[in-house]
Design a protein around this ligand. Structure first.
Ligand code: GLN
Length: 305
């Protein structure tokens, strides 16, 4: 497996110059555009990896899966989807357009920024600190890695510059779509986006989702099968933002990307895959990562649609 990963990575590396590293969160711009790593965890818990696998990066939008999982487990899908939609959007992940023009003003889905902020706001815990700690705890258990924590520098960098997210959140407060203290919801959201991981961690989390909630590394049942089914449906329809349709055609496996260049992939009953390459296409998805996944899906017949 390691050999196969290495060979495909060499081919995919050629795409790196066509993209660019996100810099709207200044701390993210410090990453090397040429970094690239891939990890695969199969359902027996075996791991194979290649590239810069020791390097840590922040989860960014990948973390939205876990605040959604926590909301689904704690208040149930009916309550969650009364506050956030479940359909893909053709707008970028930080767009305000649909929020304003749709009749309900409800965010389109939990994988875009507005939807993820709305999800954080309905987590049934008293303080923003508690909300964040519950998300972090779930991430640690999904990854079977209690050492995972957040990156203070990335958190502060986004908190200082996150005016677009502030605009989305205050707009939703003005329409009654989120309640309570907006700054504390944003604080929990910025912290969860700054959780730092490796591709090994992403692959284990992807495998836990692929295995319907049981972590293949330590056998712990972390979330229910029905939550995993919802996560995979959200990933395939909305996980790559407004590039989700193209990604479904090219790769055809549930995946969630983040603007740091990470992609968490969950091939049902087969494997979890973690990919990291900070050079992004215009939609915010890793160029080398998406190309690698397309090649791997062909080689291993991973397509689930
Ligand atoms: N923290 C980022 C933001 O809110 C997450 C976006 C992303 O990964 N696409 O802008």
């Amino acid at each position: 497996m390691k050999k196969l990963i290495g060979r495909l990575m060499e081919e995919s590396r050629r795409n790196i110059p066509s993209g660019r590293v996100a810099d709207y969160i200044p701390e993210l711009a410090k990453k090397n555009r040429d970094s690239f790593s891939v990890s695969i965890v199969t359902m027996d818990g075996a791991i194979a990896h290649c590239g810069d696998t020791g390097e840590m990066f922040t989860m960014q939008s990948v973390s939205k899966l876990f605040s959604l999982a926590l909301a689904l487990e704690s208040i149930g899908p009916k309550s969650v989807f009364s506050r956030v939609g479940m359909n893909p959007t053709s707008e970028p992940f930080n767009s305000i357009l649909k929020l304003e023009i749709s009749d309900s003003h409800k965010p389109m889905n939990p994988m875009i920024n507005a939807g993820a902020i709305a999800v954080v706001s309905i987590l049934p815990f008293d303080t923003s600190g508690e909300r964040f700690r519950m998300v972090l705890d779930l991430v640690r258990r999904m990854a079977a890695n209690p050492a995972i924590d957040f990156d203070e520098n990335v958190y502060l960098s986004e908190k200082l510059t996150g005016d677009r997210n502030r605009a989305l959140a205050y707009f939703m407060k003005s329409t009654g779509d989120i309640c309570g203290d907006v700054e504390s919801h944003l604080d929990a959201y910025f912290r969860q986006c700054s959780i730092a991981v490796t591709t090994d961690d992403l692959a284990v989390m992807g495998a836990t989702i692929a295995g319907n909630g049981t972590c293949p590394v330590n056998g712990e049942r972390v979330v229910s099968a029905s939550v995993c089914k919802t996560l995979r449906a959200m990933m395939i329809t909305c996980g790559m933002y407004d590039g989700s349709g193209e990604f479904a055609l090219r790769v055809g496996i549930p995946a969630k990307s983040g603007v740091s260049g990470g992609i968490l992939v969950s091939a049902p009953e087969r494997m979890g895959i973690g990919v990291w390459g900070p050079s992004l296409d215009e939609k915010g998805n890793s160029v080398a990562g998406a190309d690698f996944l397309e090649r791997l899906a062909d080689e291993l017949e991973l397509r689930s649609i």
